[in-house]
Design a protein around this ligand. Structure first.
Ligand SMILES: [Zn+2]
Length: 169
C-alpha cells in the first residue's frame, strides 16, 4: 500500500529531499473543484520536487481526475477526464522565473497540498466544456436518424449462394 499523501509540504525542504509525491487525495479534499465540476473519481497526484539555483524549487508532474461537466452546446451533463500537467516554481517573494514558468512565492511557507492541487486543476480546466463534435445534439435540432435498412431475413440465403446452390424460384 502506498503511503498517504502529506497534507502539507515545505517546498524548500521537499526540493532538497527531491521529494516525490504520488497517490490519491482523500474524498472531499477539493471542495472548490467539486463545486465547479462534480468530481467523479479521486484526484490522482504525481509530483516531483527538485531544488535548483539558490532559492528555487521546481515542481513537475501530473494531476488527474474525472469530473462531470455540462456541455455548453446541448446542456446535457457529461463525464470527462480532467488532466493537468504541472510545471511551476516556488521561490522567494518577488523572485521571477528565468525560464518563463509560473512562479509561486513562498518557498519556505507551508504549502497545503490539496489546495495547491486544486488550484492547478482549476487553472488547467477548460473554460467551456463541450462534448466531442458530433456526439451531442443542440436543443431544437432533430437528431439525425440513422437509416434503418428494412429487408426480409433469409438466414441461409447467402450461405446457399456461396455454396453454389440455386435459389428456389
Ligand atoms: Zn453536448
Amino acid at each position: 500500500m502506498r503511503d498517504p499523501l502529506p497534507e502539507t509540504i515545505i517546498p524548500r525542504r521537499a526540493g532538497q529531499q527531491a521529494l516525490t509525491v504520488s497517490g490519491s487525495l482523500p474524498e472531499g479534499a477539493t471542495p472548490r473543484l467539486t463545486e465547479s465540476f462534480g468530481v467523479r473519481a479521486p484526484v490522482t497526484v504525481n509530483l516531483r520536487f527538485g531544488a535548483y539555483g539558490d532559492d528555487k524549487v521546481l515542481v513537475t508532474g501530473q494531476l488527474m481526475t474525472r469530473v462531470m461537466g455540462q456541455c455548453q452546446r446541448c446542456l446535457e451533463p457529461f463525464e470527462a477526464g480532467l488532466e493537468t500537467e504541472v510545471e511551476v516554481e516556488f521561490g522567494l517573494e518577488n523572485s521571477c522565473s528565468d525560464r518563463g514558468r509560473e512562479i509561486i512565492p513562498g518557498i519556505d511557507r507551508e504549502l497545503n497540498l490539496a489546495e495547491f492541487v486544486e488550484d492547478e486543476l482549476l487553472l488547467g480546466a477548460p473554460m467551456v466544456a463541450l462534448h466531442d463534435e458530433g456526439t451531442c445534439v443542440p436543443p431544437g435540432e432533430a437528431p439525425v436518424q440513422k437509416a434503418v435498412v428494412a429487408g426480409r431475413r433469409r438466414p441461409f440465403g447467402e450461405l446457399g449462394s456461396l455454396l453454389g446452390r440455386k435459389e428456389p424460384d
